[in-house]
Design a protein around this ligand. Structure first.
Ligand SMILES: Nc1nc2c(ncn2[C@@H]2O[C@H](COP(=O)(O)OP(=O)(O)OP(=O)(O)O)[C@@H](O)[C@H]2O)c(=O)[nH]1
Ligand SMILES: [Mg+2]
Length: 491
């Protein structure tokens, strides 16, 4: 028997939440937009630039309501949820625009409400009062979505799956300390907090090493072990899977019983509330992906990213076979997968970046059964830190990108000071994405994988007009993103 996934109270709570949301929606039409992605994918920068461009009338030719001049006002408003930290838009924008540094890494969920007033496109609706749409933007770590499969696993299944994975491929060497420790302890001995902590630390170190390893990007559950939010050090996070669990029941008061109980607590107090209180209320979703970084690290990393994204996207499946179906009543009807940081490439490669990203999520999209209109893939840059140019070398025109490398960044053995600009030839992406997805055996030794030069540039200098008004943040295809995610709701 699979463990029961949700209780009646979960369902009742969601039904009530959704009812409250719907009631509020009648008075003030709202959509909840989820912004996620694995750590460093570009969530904070994306939200900051999106909001800045809407507030400052950015260049958004493909965002129809803006192009046709129907948007009459945009403003930030107080968010509806008192218990969720606010997305600190002003701080992030100050960093980006004034100090020209990238905003700090964020570690937990946050929320921001943006309200747009507009004139309706249809004559009939225009007779009524002007339209108003609030967009509640919810920023949360993609790692948290990787926990969904845990809801269907008991401690034994979780332990077995985790230790099996830990013995395969690159992971084996990274896991050795943790596995050695597992072998050395007696799981049937009386529970001891210090041993529990030791195990949890060794296990977390292993997860961290997987993530930091150059050869892979893999992120494994439990998601909060790397993204603890405000739960760091709590018992619900102080456990680890055990290796070689016997089929008998855990002796009362044993370390094993303690680990089992904490694993269940993790699901009850960490995983479920997130899906119930936040995920279940989303209407639209963007998943940001750092495809370029994976390409740069090689095919193993690309395939690892493919796996992680399949797990992330599985959460958006609405079918009845899904573990979520009883937790999530409201359906996310549009999902956008966006490859970020396209400004690291010349525009000739943007479509190729998009093609590789599409290939990356193809199988997952097929499995979740989202149809054409509900899902799209784009290559974007939330903030365009470079401009394009051509330089002539050895009689050839080379397409280059020009920007200010960050302080300490090295380009061709030259160290930059954060002030000087430089031109970089970033390299080309292959036309055919297949090369990245061949298994190691199928790959020939002299495979033509791209040699990319990814330089970390500072955010761009943003001009001010004579009367001191800051212009909007330059971007690539952010207008298309807006059109897809909420353009239809401003019709
Ligand atoms: N050139 C360029 N760099 C970007 C862009 N977006 C993000 N970056 C880079 O990627 C880094 C991470 O971006 P964040 O927005 O902080 O990513 P995040 O997903 O919020 O990361 P965490 O909060 O750590 O999970 C930034 O510090 C930038 O260096 C972009 O549009 N263009
Ligand atoms: Mg962030």
């Amino acid at each position: 028997m699979p463990p029961s996934l949700t209780s009646l109270t979960d369902e009742a709570a969601i039904a009530l939440d959704n009812l409250a949301d719907r009631a509020a929606n009648l008075v003030n039409p709202t959509i909840r937009l989820g912004v996620t992605g694995l750590s460093r994918a570009g969530k904070t920068v994306f939200i900051s630039s999106l909001v800045h461009n809407l507030l400052h009338g950015g260049r958004l030719p493909l965002f129809e309501p803006m192009r046709s001049g129907r948007i009459t006002a945009t403003r930030l408003e107080e968010q509806p949820d008192d218990a969720v930290p606010r997305f600190q838009y002003e701080d992030h924008i100050r960093a980006l625009v004034r100090e020209r540094v990238w905003p700090d890494s964020t570690r937990a969920i946050s929320e921001l409400r943006l309200t747009i007033e507009y004139r309706s496109a249809s004559g009939w609706n225009r007779m009524f009062s002007p339209g108003r749409l609030s967009i509640d933007i919810v920023d949360y770590p993609g790692e948290w979505l990787l926990d969904l499969p845990l809801l269907g696993q008991d401690f034994r299944q979780f332990s077995e799956a985790t230790s099996e994975l830990a013995r395969t491929g690159i992971r084996a060497e990274l896991a050795s300390d943790w596995l050695d420790l597992c072998a050395a302890i007696d799981m049937n001995a009386p529970a001891d907090e210090m041993v529990a902590r030791q195990l949890a630390n060794a296990f977390t170190t292993y997860l961290r090493a997987c993530k930091a390893d150059e050869r892979s990007l893999s992120t494994l559950p439990p998601g909060r072990f790397l993204m603890p939010g405000d739960l760091e050090g709590s018992p619900a996070l102080t456990f680890a899977p055990l290796v070689g669990l016997p089929p008998t029941r855990a002796p009362k008061g044993s370390l094993r019983a303690m680990m089992e109980r904490r694993y269940e607590a993790y699901k009850t107090v960490v995983v479920k509330p997130f899906f119930r209180e936040h995920f279940a209320r989303l209407d639209r979703q963007i998943v940001l992906v750092d495809t370029l970084q994976a390409i740069n690290r090689g095919p193993e990393a690309v395939q690892d990213l493919e796996r992680a994204l399949a797990d992330v996207l599985a959460c958006f499946r609405a079918g009845s076979s899904n573990m979520l179906s009883s937790l999530v009543r409201r359906r996310i009807d549009r999902v956008l997968v966006a490859a970020t940081k396209a400004d690291h490439l010349h525009h000739e490669s943007h479509d190729r970046l998009q093609a590789i990203t599409r290939r990356l999520v193809d199988r997952a999209i097929h499995t979740i059964g989202m149809s054409g209109a509900g899902i799209d893939v784009m290559a974007i840059a939330s903030v365009r830190a470079t401009r394009e140019a051509t330089v002539r070398r050895d009689g050839h025109d080379l397409p280059v990108i020009v920007g200010t490398p960050m302080e300490g960044e090295k380009v061709a053995a030259e160290r930059f000071d954060g002030k000087r600009k430089t031109a970089v030839f970033p390299g080309d992406l292959p036309e055919d994405p297949a090369a990245f997805f061949r298994s190691i055996d199928e790959r020939s030794d002299h495979l033509d994988l791209p040699d990319l030069d990814i330089v970390r540039f500072r955010p761009p200098l943003i001009e001010e007009t004579a009367d001191g008004v800051t212009l909007s943040v330059p971007h690539i295809r952010l207008d298309r993103v807006m059109q897809f995610l909420f353009g239809d709701r401003l019709a």
